[in-house]
Design a protein around this ligand. Structure first.
Ligand code: HEM
Length: 519
């Protein structure tokens, strides 16, 4: 509409030149100036700065193939609080620690909701999402169950035997794959299958999950993440959701939902047959089933076989797998590229363990450099670079700018963690920067928020931390890692896929040798 008015302006040339027509001309010039400003700047003076927009699609073309990169570049021009029009969806983009603190702390409640996602609702049982749920009673109850009963420090400790067993299996697998000197190992594939096995074990409590089941779930997680993180027309044009019938998207979602249903049916049946398993063998599913039986907690919608239970389990598996895997892969990639950091980390681990067969969790508390390596990896490569989208629940103001209700909010954690104002030499991998610093990723240092912050902060931090620390310490303890002969640090570029979580385009292939200290 606005577009056609602007292009109709030349018709004014045929008006007779009279005072009335001068007034009309003046009115049209004024109108066209406003319209042109809307087209090129797009917003009123009380809206945050915006890049120029194209009719219909707005700023959609500026998202690029890797939105965290493109948005970082745009924010350098338009500032840390920027309003984009992505199709039909007004979207606020946050790119500084000050603005992140405003949204995630000062106005946390206003921004504690998430936009509806047809894709997520299509995959989760009963269309009841958890990680993508709107703020409300259902989300609050689910979150409380997750935080108190599944992911508390106490539960993470109870999962220790499962974690140690899966890490031991990972070490055995890599030892087999590297049995010939100089063997090249597909590190990405090995780590991905380790994380999926462990998270499935934590979620489903299957002490010896058969290989076939893990493979099916690994595939399902990858396909679900690809579809949720992919470009969906209805995300930006909600009125076009019906197109899914014709593009094949609806059928794809129904297919994924059906495969998840089959997994749920199978694991629920198995869980029912092992009601009295030992505490350390219990997964989230066993805990949830027990809560559903309990008179005090049953009203929370956790009846056995309910969609509530299945959704929590499915969310834990999908939210925990790719994120944990990509942190481990990123750490190894950076260490191989930075031999001095690799040597220092290995020396620390090997000195602490002193020839014992495996690194134990108690050893890790003495490994400050290893922890700094993990923080530096999460700084440079946050697995969810734009966190998960938020949505304003009511109209509000930030720095005097008007933010209407139902504005989508994207927080560019990746850009914030590479901002030279907060991080000297931000592009360099320097774990040392964390040794003398108390900056942590628990949501109170807004220059470093790989797990988000506020009410919707990741509830899996403790589990992720324990898993990554133990696995990485053992990988550094048991093996020496280097690049294959044909590759050099300069040409090691695995590329990035577009998605909610960063997946590399290519696998990390490394030469693995058993550590000389083990021989
Ligand atoms: C290195 C590993 C991980 C990273 C970097 C990570 C990161 C994130 C981020 C950025 C969010 C969104 C936070 C926000 O909106 O402020 C999130 C949410 C979430 N994460 Fe994680 N995560 C990791 C591991 C895990 C694990 C292991 C689990 C559970 C098994 C988990 C479960 C969840 C859930 C359930 C949510 C949704 C919370 C809500 O909306 O209330 N995450 N995570």
């Amino acid at each position: 509409m606005a577009f056609s008015l602007v292009f109709d302006l030349p018709l004014l040339g045929v008006l007779p030149v009279q005072p009335a027509s001068i007034a009309v001309l003046f009115f049209f010039i004024l109108l066209s100036t406003v319209l042109l400003r809307r087209l090129s700047g797009g917003s009123s003076s009380s809206s945050p700065p915006s890049p120029p927009r194209i009719p219909i699609i707005g700023n959609l073309h500026q998202l690029g193939s890797l939105p965290h990169h493109s948005l970082a570049a745009l924010s350098r021009e338009y500032g840390p609080l920027m309003l984009l029009q992505l199709g039909r969806v007004p979207t606020l983009v946050i790119s500084s620690k000050e603005m992140a603190e405003e949204v995630l702390k000062a106005q946390d409640l206003v921004f504690a909701s998430r936009p509806h996602s047809k894709v997520v609702a299509g995959i989760v049982p009963g269309g009841r999402p958890f990680a993508f749920a709107p703020y409300g009673e259902q989300w609050r109850q689910t979150r409380r169950i997750a935080v108190v009963h599944l992911l508390s420090s106490h539960r993470v400790q109870e999962l220790r035997p499962a974690r140690e067993a899966e890490v031991a299996r990972l070490v055995r697998n890599i030892s087999e794959l590297s049995s010939c000197p100089g063997s090249v190992v597909d590190v990405s594939r090995t780590l991905s299958s380790f994380t999926c096995s462990f998270i499935c074990r934590a979620a489903l409590g299957l002490s010896g999950m058969e290989e076939g089941a893990t493979r099916e779930i690994t595939e399902l997680v990858a396909q679900s993440s690809a579809v949720v993180g992919g470009f969906q027309v209805e995300t930006f044009f909600p009125g076009l959701a019906w197109l899914g019938k014709f593009t094949g998207m609806d059928a794809r979602l129904a297919g994924l939902a059906g495969r998840w249903r089959a997994v749920h049916d199978r694991v629920l049946e198995e869980a029912a047959s092992r009601r009295d398993c030992r505490v350390e063998e219990r997964g989230f599913l066993d805990v949830l089933l027990a809560l559903g039986m309990d008179d005090d907690t049953a009203p929370t919608g956790l009846a056995p076989n309910s969609d509530g239970i299945k959704t929590i389990v499915q969310t834990m598996i999908t939210a925990g797998t790719d994120t944990t895997y990509s942190t481990l892969e990123g750490a190894l990639e950076e260490l191989v590229k930075n031999p001095a950091a690799m040597n220092r980390a290995q020396e620390e681990v090997r000195a602490a363990v002193q020839g014992r067969p495996m690194v134990a969790e108690d050893d890790v508390s003495r490994m400050s450099y290893l922890k700094a390596v993990i923080k530096e990896t999460l700084r440079l490569h946050p697995p969810a670079p734009l966190l998960l989208p938020r949505e304003s629940m009511k109209a509000t103001q930030i720095q005097g700018y008007e933010i209407p209700a139902k504005t989508r909010v994207i927080i560019n954690a990746w850009a914030i963690a590479r901002n030279p104002d907060y991080w000297p030499s931000p592009e360099q991998f320097r774990p040392e920067r964390f040794l003398q610093s108390c900056i942590d990723f628990r949501g109170s240092d807004f220059q470093f928020i790989p797990f988000g912050a506020g009410r919707r902060i990741c509830p899996g931090i403790n589990l992720a931390k324990a898993t990554v620390e133990l696995a990485l310490a053992n990988l550094l303890y048991h093996f020496d890692w280097s690049l294959p002969e044909a590759m050099s640090v300069a040409n090691l570029d695995l590329g990035e896929e577009r998605g909610l979580t960063t997946r590399k385009k290519q696998s990390l292939l490394l030469v693995v040798n058993p550590c000389s200290c083990q021989r």
